[in-house]
Design a protein around this ligand. Structure first.
Ligand code: ZN
Length: 459
């Protein structure tokens, strides 16, 4: 078998790995690179293999950095089958149609980026490419079910506990010399996750390809973060302000809703606390979460089995319409407002920040990663004034950052995941920055390789 690394090699985004065996070419993920503006060019660069020659794409989870170039793969000739878990198939539809729409919009404004000086360009892919690629989504499986992808090639998806539907994928290849086994971790979640089952690894695999995002860091325990979260919400509400939570639509939004529900049940909040989920994508994602109890952990499954809605509080309002979103500006205090984007780089959170950030009694709670250069980062770093939608806004609201909501395993959990796999010959580290990979490599068992982009190995 041959293994090629065509994304997330020495980098955190753009996952794309190629296995060639038994005359078939199988991609594990086909993600988009995300980050600064130059990256648009990199996403448009050649894949490093012939898209038309790919037979299968197996998807670990729906995040854009694992699925985002599937429409581009279609555009360049891929006509094979995409195999996912059932929940990933639904979430990927949401993600791919959304990103295609954004690319078309950006292209019509004069280039794939919003930076000035860009000529009008063809989008990376169109809504038609995205829709067509969705037509190639074929078999959708449950975790722990062995699936014969092609003669002699079997795939088993294992819960990865990262977002709904996320999985690690074990391939068993019946080559002439014997059965070869390789597991791809995808993104590994955190064992304390409030909604999903904890990650699990296959008992044995010869080769391991694993993520290393937090390879050099340890997380705070989740219960501590929940207590901090309750305190932050209570504080802002008691002083008469609104609480703004910039929220990622997949998983984070549902975790926050679940935490608000729990807090309401435990009488930490007023029973009718108004909660606005002002994000069409988060609203749709929450509906998809409700349709997939097979992925829930014990506690969540129990609530669901009792016929209760795990994401509902009495004061909850889902907001899809732009006009309804603007109406929320009339609410000057006492409400929780969740909106995207998570790093406040765009989206409806901007107009909520504009209306609340200058109020001393308001609160802003950041519950996710905030990259350098984003508005979220500037506010977290203590800026006294920020520019939002062309206006200079004073930052007077109380700013809180709560780190424990991370969707990724920390160093200890990554080591335990890899350590539990027997018969390893080699481990390849991907999906991490160099320092994190170098540090993690020191603690893993067996030989560890950090592949370069487009590097290939004959195993
Ligand atoms: Zn992910």
């Amino acid at each position: 078998m041959k293994l090629g690394f065509h994304g997330a090699a020495g980098d955190v985004t753009g996952s794309c790995h190629l296995i060639e065996s038994l005359g078939k070419r199988i991609l594990i993920d086909c993600g988009m690179r995300q980050g600064s503006r130059e990256i648009d060019e990199e996403n448009a660069a050649p894949f490093g293999f012939d898209a038309a020659a790919i037979d299968f794409v197996l998807v670990t989870h729906a995040h854009l950095d694992h699925t985002g170039r599937i429409p581009l793969l279609y555009k360049r000739g891929f006509r094979g089958e995409v195999v996912t878990t059932r929940a990933t198939a639904e979430l990927a539809r949401l993600v791919l149609l959304d990103v295609a729409h954004l690319h078309e919009e950006a292209a019509s404004r004069g280039g794939p980026t919003t930076s000035p000086g860009h000529q009008a360009k063809e989008p990376l892919f169109s809504l038609v490419d995205a829709t067509s690629s969705l037509g190639l989504f074929g078999r959708a499986v449950d975790c722990r079910q062995k699936l014969e992808i092609a003669p002699g090639i079997q795939a088993t998806f294992y819960d990865a506990g990262h977002i709904l539907g996320s999985a690690s994928i074990l391939l068993e290849l019946n080559e002439l010399a014997g059965v070869r086994t390789i597991v791809f971790s995808g993104d590994i979640g955190n064992a304390d996750r409030p909604l999903l089952r904890p990650p699990e690894a296959p008992a044995s695999a010869e080769f391991v390809v694993m993520e290393s995002t937090y390879g050099d860091r340890l997380h705070k325990p989740f219960p501590e973060s929940i207590t901090e979260f309750y305190d932050a919400v209570t504080q802002a509400i008691s002083t008469g302000g609104n609480v703004l939570i910039p929220t990622f639509a997949l998983d984070r939004a549902q975790e926050i809703l679940f935490a608000l529900r729990q807090g309401t049940e435990d009488n930490r909040f007023p029973p009718t606390l108004p909660v606005f989920v002002d994000s069409p994508m988060a609203v749709s994602a929450t509906e998809i979460y409700k349709r997939h109890p097979e992925a829930y952990n014990g506690k969540l499954a129990e609530i669901f089995a009792q016929g209760k809605d795990p994401f509902h509080t009495p004061g909850l309002q889902f907001v899809r319409d732009r006009a309804d979103s603007i109406h929320i500006n009339e609410v000057t205090g006492g409400a929780v407002i969740m909106a995207g984007s998570g790093m406040a780089t765009g989206g409806r959170i901007l107009h909520h920040l504009r209306h609340n950030l200058w109020r001393e009694n308001a609160g802003v709670i950041f519950v996710g990663y905030a990259a350098a250069g984003t508005l979220a980062r500037r506010i977290i770093d203590g800026a006294k004034h920020v520019r939002i939608l062309g206006e200079d806004i004073a930052v007077r609201a109380r700013i809180r950052t709560i780190g424990g909501f991370s969707a990724h395993a920390d160093q200890k959990e990554l080591i335990a995941w890899q350590g539990s796999i027997a018969n390893k010959q080699a481990t390849f580290l991907v999906h991490g920055e160099q320092p994190a990979m170098a540090e993690l490599a020191k603690h893993l068992s067996g030989p560890v390789t950090i592949p370069a982009l487009h590097q290939e190995f004959t195993l």
